[in-house]
Design a protein around this ligand. Structure first.
Ligand SMILES: N[C@@H](CCC(=O)N[C@@H](CS)C(=O)NCC(=O)O)C(=O)O
Length: 198
C-alpha cells in the first residue's frame, strides 16, 4: 500500500492513524501542496481532483480520506458490523466533510500553513461561526456518550478527531467545549495512537 500525502493535512493524518492502529505497513509519498505538486499532470493522472490524500492499493487509486478509512476499517473493530452502526458512522463522516472540515480545516490551513489569514480575513470571519457550530454539535453529542457511534471508538471518531484536535492552530478555542476535550483525551489513550507529526 502507498499513501500520497501532505504530512500536516488532517485528511492524510486520519489514514496514518488508522493504519497504525491496524498495524498495517504503508509507504508514504510526500506531495507538497504548497508548491502545487497535487496539480501536476503526473498527479492528476492519480487523482483528477488534484487533491491528497490518495491511498494506492494493488495498483488502484482511492482518493477521499473517509473513503480510505471505510476501506481500511471494513471487517475490523473500527467499523460496526451492523447496518445501522455503519450508517451512523457514515453520517458523522459526511458531517465532518460538509459541516466541519470546510470551516475548521480551511481556517487552520490559511492561518498556520499558507500564512494568508490577512488576505482571507473576510472568509475567515464568515466561516468562524460555522466552525464553532460544528464543534457545538459534537459537544452536544458527547454529553451523552464517550464515542460517536455505539459508544465504541470507530472511524467516525478518527474522521472527526483529525482536524478537531488541531483546531486551535486556526484560532478556535477548544476550552469552550469540556465534553469534546474529554473525548480528545480518550482518543489519545487508544492503543496504537499516533500523533499528527509522526
Ligand atoms: N474531501 C477530500 C479533501 C481533500 C483535500 O481538500 N485535500 C487538500 C489538503 S487537506 C489538498 O489536496 N489541497 C491541495 C489542492 O487543492 O491543490 C478528502 O477528504 O480527502
Amino acid at each position: 500500500m502507498r499513501l500520497y500525502q501532505y504530512h500536516p493535512s488532517g485528511n492524510c493524518y486520519k489514514i496514518r492513524l488508522l493504519l497504525n492502529q491496524l498495524g498495517l505497513a504503508c509507504e508514504r509519498v510526500d506531495v507538497d501542496i504548497l508548491k502545487g505538486e497535487s496539480r501536476t499532470p503526473e498527479f492528476l493522472a492519480i487523482n483528477s481532483n488534484g487533491r491528497i490524500p490518495v491511498l494506492e492499493v494493488d495498483g488502484q487509486y482511492l482518493p477521499e480520506s473517509n473513503a480510505a478509512l471505510f476501506y481500511l476499517a471494513s471487517g475490523t473493530p473500527f467499523l460496526p458490523a451492523d447496518r445501522m452502526g455503519q450508517a451512523q458512522v457514515l453520517r458523522w463522516m459526511f458531517f465532518e466533510q460538509y459541516s466541519h472540515e470546510p470551516f475548521i480545516a480551511t481556517i487552520r490551513f490559511w492561518v498556520a500553513f499558507q500564512r494568508s489569514a490577512e488576505k482571507n480575513a473576510a472568509e475567515i470571519q464568515r466561516r468562524r461561526p460555522l466552525g464553532y457550530a460544528a464543534l457545538a454539535v459534537m459537544e452536544d453529542h458527547l454529553r451523552h456518550c464517550d464515542y460517536f457511534v455505539n459508544n465504541t471508538y470507530s472511524i467516525a471518531d478518527i474522521a472527526l478527531y483529525a482536524y478537531t484536535h488541531v483546531a486551535d492552530e486556526g484560532g478556535f478555542e477548544l476550552e469552550r467545549f469540556p465534553h469534546l476535550q474529554a473525548w480528545l483525551a480518550r482518543v489519545q489513550q487508544q492503543p496504537g495512537y499516533l500523533s499528527i507529526t509522526d
